[in-house]
Design a protein around this ligand. Sequence first.
Ligand SMILES: Cc1ncc(COP(=O)(O)O)c(C=O)c1O
Length: 512
Amino acid sequence: MDPTHAPGPIAAPSGRQSALAMNAAEFRALGHALVDRLATFLETLPSRPVTTGETPAEVRAVLDADRALPDTGAPAADLLTRAVELLTEHSLFNGHPRFFGYITASPAPIGILGDLLASAVNPNVGAWRLSPMASEIEGQAVRWISQLLGYREHGSGLFVSGGNMANFVGFYAARAAVGDAWHVRAAGVGAPGAPRLRVYASAETHTWLQKAADLSGLGTDAIRWIPTDDALRLETRALRLAIETDRATGDVPMLVVGTAGSVSTGVVDPLHEIGAICREADVWFHVDGAYGALAATWPDAPADLRALHLADSVAVDPHKWLYAPLEAGCLLARDADVLRRAFAYHPAYYHFDDGGGTNYVDLGPQNSRGFRALKVWLALQHAGADGYRRMIADDCALAARLFAAVDAHPDLDAHTLGLSIATFRFVPPDVRDRLGSGATETYLDELNEALLERLQRSGEAFVSNAVVHGRYLLRACIVNINTTEADVDALPAIVARIGHNLHAARRRDTRT
Ligand SMILES: Cc1ncc(COP(=O)(O)O)c(C=O)c1O
């Protein structure tokens, strides 16, 4: 049957001819065709380059970016065909088995389908009445995550767009808790007589903290950057001292951030000790576990990942180690009331009293909310708790394997291994005996930066970088259900080959 003439309107009742209407048969045919193409795309991913490495100008030219929006509509089939082509031929694929950059996971296939389902039902998960089942599913997914990482049996929380927003929610919960005395939500942080609020974190903390301090009105100067030890873990003695010093001068410590898996090297702060200090000093303890909190499921995890339960709030990122397609972040809190005290208002135009149903509009900054929880809820059940334990352990084992392979390579130096992040650099044989000298180290920083640029564009593999103790390093982070030992084993030779080519070219240039 020609789908464009099939009966059965899906979206246009009683004769209205909406320009976006699509009848059921057409929707079905287009959907099947799209899913077929996507299945082929996913199946062929390993044989494609990780990225085409095109320039912005090249991508804009393919898109015809300056074209004006046409006045008349176009057939959906053509649009979808072109969109698939544009995206599958001109993207960087973080689901590729050799994508080891930043901390972006390969998406779980069931999550991809879950997003389609969520869009079709389109519940507004701001209020229970607008999303009865979706709200309950979100609550269950939050509880499961909380239980999986040993935070709370009955903790509360909500889904947000990612790690930054999850951390923001924790930050604002802390601000509301400490500022209750002068009604900080109404009077603001600069209210007459209000004390200066202070937050404490190590310099390894992700940049969400500056954004939160800035946007909340505290200002980034409110952050006390606590030094780290040689292993890049927050120094607890310095933390204790900083809190005491601020208290003595009349400032109010609002929040201590501990990181469970730092973005650069996967380091876990001494969370047990930080938790004890916060309890003693009565300061909100927030853990940024966007990357690493879920590694608490890994039997070989650093012992401090067993201390998440000490935190008042924990940020987790399901689009990292739960392998959810972007976007999905999650903030866990002791209970829902600490979030309500930070976010709830009750405008006259809402009538959302459903006797026990959670209205997520009250727990976070968003009003209308999509159904991000569905893809996570599906993936959690598809893999099961044990499936997640194994996937995360496998990622960590692959990173350790890479670290060992780099260590054994004559022209690569392994630097750090934390959770599933390995850092390393290329060191050409003829500079090895001058390591440590200022000129050689500067040369190696520049060489490795150029190497990264070349590697990222090559499409052979994708790593990112870290600066550790002042040195520019390559950084591979494996949060990827598609990566195999063969993918990891291939990386050292690729890196060394590009490094040697660049080094030889630089040597030639300095001789001519
Ligand atoms: C430790 C940590 N916190 C926060 C973030 C921010 O997360 P998102 O990019 O999901 O906002 C990241 C991202 O890598 C991270 O590693």
